[in-house]
Design a protein around this ligand. Structure first.
Ligand SMILES: Cc1cc2nc3c(=O)[nH]c(=O)nc-3n(C[C@H](O)[C@H](O)[C@H](O)COP(=O)(O)OP(=O)(O)OC[C@H]3O[C@@H](n4cnc5c(N)ncnc54)[C@H](O)[C@@H]3O)c2cc1C
Ligand SMILES: NC(=O)c1ccc[n+]([C@@H]2O[C@H](COP(=O)([O-])OP(=O)(O)OC[C@H]3O[C@@H](n4cnc5c(N)ncnc54)[C@H](O)[C@@H]3O)[C@@H](O)[C@H]2O)c1
Length: 477
């Protein structure tokens, strides 16, 4: 039996950051990983998807600026894009991240981790050998999530692509059908249509429908301009893999759709199926519910045991984004160190050990064409939360910076103001390269910067950021 202060199960971006924070705080930590150190984000999600999308975005940008446009004489080099993707996925080798773990002093146990009893983790290696790890203070579950495959007749037997196979594709299918209209579906429809696939997107509930309404409208319009068949309201009724490898879908309205590959992108399921959750009275396969310091709560709403079990990242379902999971990781690592030292947790709103931003100020960029950058609440969500709001819209194309940035620039900005406090509670930008403009909005929302003070934050001329001034002018002083 091997004992550490803390055992972390799962070495994705979140588990790695938890372990690092613990060691920096003076505790010992071991980490357990059954696949690649770095997790979904490094090999099958954030990094390779953005590599697939970036070349198309760069080409588009050049084509939108006279002078540069004339220098562009060809189309995307698909093989070169896929090679760049491979390198951003580290060729699916984790040596670099393993070296990093070594450098920060975190031992790696390769194998499947399972909770065996209170503070005990059993690790089963690929060769079947088992190692028992004991934690003095805490066990942190950072096992992430996998693709959810719905119960559609014939779908599982048809072995569809999930985000993993799509992101790691060696070839671009001539015809790609996509079930879903969310973030993965929208980004992959953008990437694969630009790489040459004929894409059909079955967006049952709409395109990016949880964002501001103009987001889905602009992304759907742009996808259609690229030749994507965006079928809002369409739903797959059954799926069949044919002998020649193609896939046939029958939609619920009876229509037939044939494709060379099918991507299912309808959300995620937690990696908690075989984690020994039953030993602590929790349901295998369920998302883990946590308090603001990421302590796992039982069905009675109280921390499991004496509070030794934590869960951070996708697995707790608070926010399924890498940066937000890493934010939780910093809070968890620090709070475990504090509690181990007998210090009180600073767990009030915006306290050092509370992941308050998860509820109020989550930034997200969707790397479609146009890009979507948002933080905080949509107008509808703010209203549903009972806030008295005022919504201010502005056409990004009306800024001097945007006209310089690209010819035919199209974009939109929305600011949602809490009228009682005169602070911004939500901000959404749509347009080319708006991703890098998001952090100003995140700071305004997290800092609850009064609108009166924001007038003194002067955007440089001529940048697209001048939209901040225009929004304030539209709001009125
Ligand atoms: C296609 C796609 C694109 C995305 N793009 C972005 C993006 O651009 N930006 C962004 O912020 N987010 C993005 N995300 C979300 C992001 O990938 C996740 O939020 C992030 O990976 C979550 O990190 P995690 O550490 O919680 O889990 P994971 O990255 O899933 O890591 C969990 C790790 O735990 C291991 N594990 C699981 N169970 C066990 C066990 N029992 N024993 C041992 N090891 C175990 C797994 O092998 C894995 O390595 C994307 C997601 C997808 C699917
Ligand atoms: N750029 C980024 O930040 C980025 C990129 C990709 C993924 N992600 C993260 O990964 C997670 C997973 O992405 P995702 O796109 O799989 O999920 P999602 O939750 O974004 O979208 C799922 C979509 O599928 C639809 N849907 C659900 N069940 C369905 C069904 N049975 N049939 C048809 N449609 C159905 C939903 O209405 C929704 O539109 C997201 O939560 C996101 O945070 C982030």
């Amino acid at each position: 039996m091997t004992t550490y202060d803390v055992v972390v199960i799962g070495a994705g971006p979140v588990g790695e950051n938890v372990a690092d924070r613990l060691v920096q705080g003076g505790l010992t930590a071991a980490i357990v990983e059954r696949e690649l150190v770095g997790g979904e984000c490094s090999y099958w999600a954030c990094m390779p998807t953005k590599a697939l999308l970036r070349s198309g975005a760069a080409l588009r940008a050049a084509r939108q600026v006279p002078g540069a446009r004339e220098a562009v004489t060809g189309d995307l080099d698909v093989a070169a894009v896929l090679r760049r993707r491979d390198s951003f996925a580290s060729n699916w080798q984790d040596d670099g991240q393993v070296s990093w773990l070594e450098s920060v002093g975190v031992p790696l146990y390769r194998g499947h981790g399972r909770i065996g009893a209170d503070r005990v983790v059993e690790v089963t290696a690929a060769d079947g050998t088992t190692t028992t790890l004991t934690a003095r203070y805490a066990v942190v579950v950072a096992t992430g999530s996998g693709a959810l495959v719905p119960d559609i007749e014939g779908l599982r037997e048809a072995a569809p692509w999930t985000s993993r196979e799509t992101v790691a594709a060696k070839e671009v299918p001539a015809r790609l059908a996509i079930i879903g209209g969310g973030v993965v579906a929208s980004e992959m429809a953008t990437a694969f249509s630009e790489l040459g696939s004929s894409v059909t997107m079955l967006a049952r509930d709409g395109v990016l429908h949880l964002q501001e309404p103009f987001v889905g409208e602009q992304v759907a319009e742009s996808l259609r301009d690229k030749g994507v068949s965006v079928r809002v309201g369409a739903e797959a009724g059954s799926v069949k893999r044919n002998d020649d490898g193609t896939v046939s879908l029958t939609l619920t309205d009876g229509e037939q759709l044939d494709a060379d590959e099918l991507l299912v992108a309808i959300g995620r399921t937690p990696n908690t199926q075989d984690l020994g959750l039953e030993t602590v009275g929790l349901k295998p396969g369920a998302w883990l519910t946590v308090d603001d310091t990421m302590r796992v709560l039982g069905e009675d709403g109280a921390p499991v045991g004496d509070g030794w079990l934590y869960a951070a990242g996708d697995v707790n379902r608070r926010v399924l984004l890498t940066h937000q999971g890493k934010y939780q990781a910093r809070a968890v690592g620090d709070v475990i160190v504090a509690r181990a030292k007998g210090e009180p947790a600073d767990d009030g709103p915006w306290g050092r050990h509370a992941a308050t931003a998860d509820e109020r100020a989550v930034p997200q960029v969707v790397f479609t064409d146009p890009e979507i950058a948002s933080v905080g609440l949509t107008a509808a969500a703010a209203e549903a939360a009972g806030l008295r709001t005022r919504v201010v819209d502005y056409d990004l194309a009306a800024t001097a910076g945007s006209s310089l940035h690209a010819e035919g620039y199209r974009g939109h900005a929305r600011m949602v103001v809490d009228e009682d406090r005169k602070v911004i509670v939500g901000f959404t930008l749509v347009g080319p390269d708006v991703a890098e403009m998001l952090h100003a909005a995140t700071i305004a929302v997290v800092g609850e910067v009064p609108l009166d003070r924001l007038w003194h934050a002067v955007p440089a001329f001529p940048t697209v950021s001048e939209v901040w001034l225009r929004l304030l002018e539209a709001y009125g002083r």
